[in-house]
Design a binder for this molecule. Structure first.
Ligand code: EPU
Length: 340
């Protein structure tokens, strides 16, 4: 039986660097261990929290249950046809290392998602995305273990119910499955995607003459490193809020009062996605700091822990931001980070 530790600090296991205790903690490195642990917990009945890279959680208190660190490892080319490579990665692999591996092997399709923190297992949970690409665009299938009976279930793209930072695993199937592995479908002949934001500009600054997936990955890494805090230096969980999607009629009204409000049409134009960063900046939070909890000066969508902030301090700051944005714009920001 794999070792279960008691009263373990979760500080090294969450990118916010928040100190909270797990009543029980277990690192799982094989399917066998996972099944054993779930079996053990059937009789012990502790609330279960599965941690991947810990890059999308905020602990506001100790966790009075069992924290399972999913550390299954392995990357494998499982299939290929004329057009695609099918690459499988186990849940405990680091996302960025997986992307770098694929870029090196000339497997194309996820280079725009370079440097996203976290592990493979969490990537379909919230349909991670950046610079015009989401995992749903390349997702083939995943395998997950059903917590209630230990059975292994396959999900195809449709079964995952992907949306903007959404999947069935956050809703209908919440807390019912643990993701074991993900298979992505990557192109042999690249279709480059450089239309988002300032990728093209960055490639020009880099003096890139011949476009490759490596050069796109490098451009994305340079942009991210410039404006997003490195979680090994300043605690954070990437975007703390989602970009709100509002009816376009409402957006048009706001535009009359705030001429510079940015918006991107979605859902065939019926709705508009408004950058939360803009709303947060307009309400004066950009660069705000109280104690060690702050709103990052270079990207206000990211809340940060400058050292010794508590999870509650960061949570309270997020509540204040939500309230002020609501009063000013009538838009209710939604947290992207999971709160415990
Ligand atoms: N903006 C401001 N002020 C700022 C920064 C941005 O007003 O200080 C506005 C600008 O209008 C800008 C717009 O926000 O054009 C969009 O900014 P950006 O391209 O940086 O992206 P984002 O919408 O803020 C999203 C993702 C990021 C992802 C970037 C790039 C969400 C919640 N966040 O941020 O994902 O890296 O696009 O694709 O969708 C994450 O999820 O953890 C994450 C970092």
């Amino acid at each position: 039986m794999t070792q279960i530790l008691d009263n373990i600090s979760l500080q090294p296991f969450n990118s916010f660097g928040i100190h909270a205790l797990a009543k029980h903690f277990c690192k799982v490195t094989s399917l066998n261990e996972m099944q054993e642990l779930l079996e053990w917990n059937k009789t012990n009945n502790h609330p279960l929290l599965v941690l991947g890279g810990g890059s999308n959680v905020l602990f506001t208190k100790d966790y009075d249950g069992l924290v399972l660190q999913n550390a299954l490892k392995g990357i494998e080319l499982v299939n290929e046809d004329n057009e695609y490579y099918f690459v499988k990665a186990m849940a405990g692999e680091n996302w960025h290392q997986f992307v770098s591996h694929c870029v090196q092997q000339q497997y194309q399709g996820i280079e725009n998602m370079s440097l996203i923190p976290g592990n493979i297992g969490a990537s379909p949970m919230q349909n991670i995305g950046a610079y015009g690409v989401e995992i749903k665009d390349v997702f083939e299938s995943l395998e997950a273990i059903q917590i209630s009976d230990g059975s292994i279930v396959s999900f195809d793209n449709k079964a995952c119910g992907f949306g903007y930072r959404e999947s069935v695993f956050k809703h209908q199937l919440r807390n019912q499955f643990i993701i074991l592995s993900v298979v992505v479908r990557l192109r042999k002949t690249p279709i480059f995607n450089i239309s988002y934001g300032n990728i093209e500009q960055e490639l020009m600054n880099m003096n890139v003459k011949q476009l490759t997936i490596q050069s796109i990955a490098d451009a994305v890494i340079r942009i991210r490193q410039r404006k997003l805090p490195d979680p090994t230096k300043i605690g954070n969980a990437g975007s703390f809020f989602k970009n709100p999607i509002i009816p376009t009629v409402l957006y048009d009204e706001l535009k009359k009062a705030y001429a510079s409000i940015p918006g991107f049409a979605v859902q065939n134009g019926s709705h508009t996605k408004v950058p939360a960063a803009w709303l947060i900046e307009q309400t004066g939070w950009k660069g705000f700091r109280a104690g060690d909890a702050g709103c990052y000066p270079l990207q206000p969508l990211v809340l940060v822990n400058y050292g010794h902030a508590t999870g509650l301090e960061i949570f309270n700051l997020s509540t204040q931001i939500i309230e002020k944005v609501k009063i000013e714009f009538g838009i209710e920001l939604e947290r992207e980070v999971n709160i415990y």
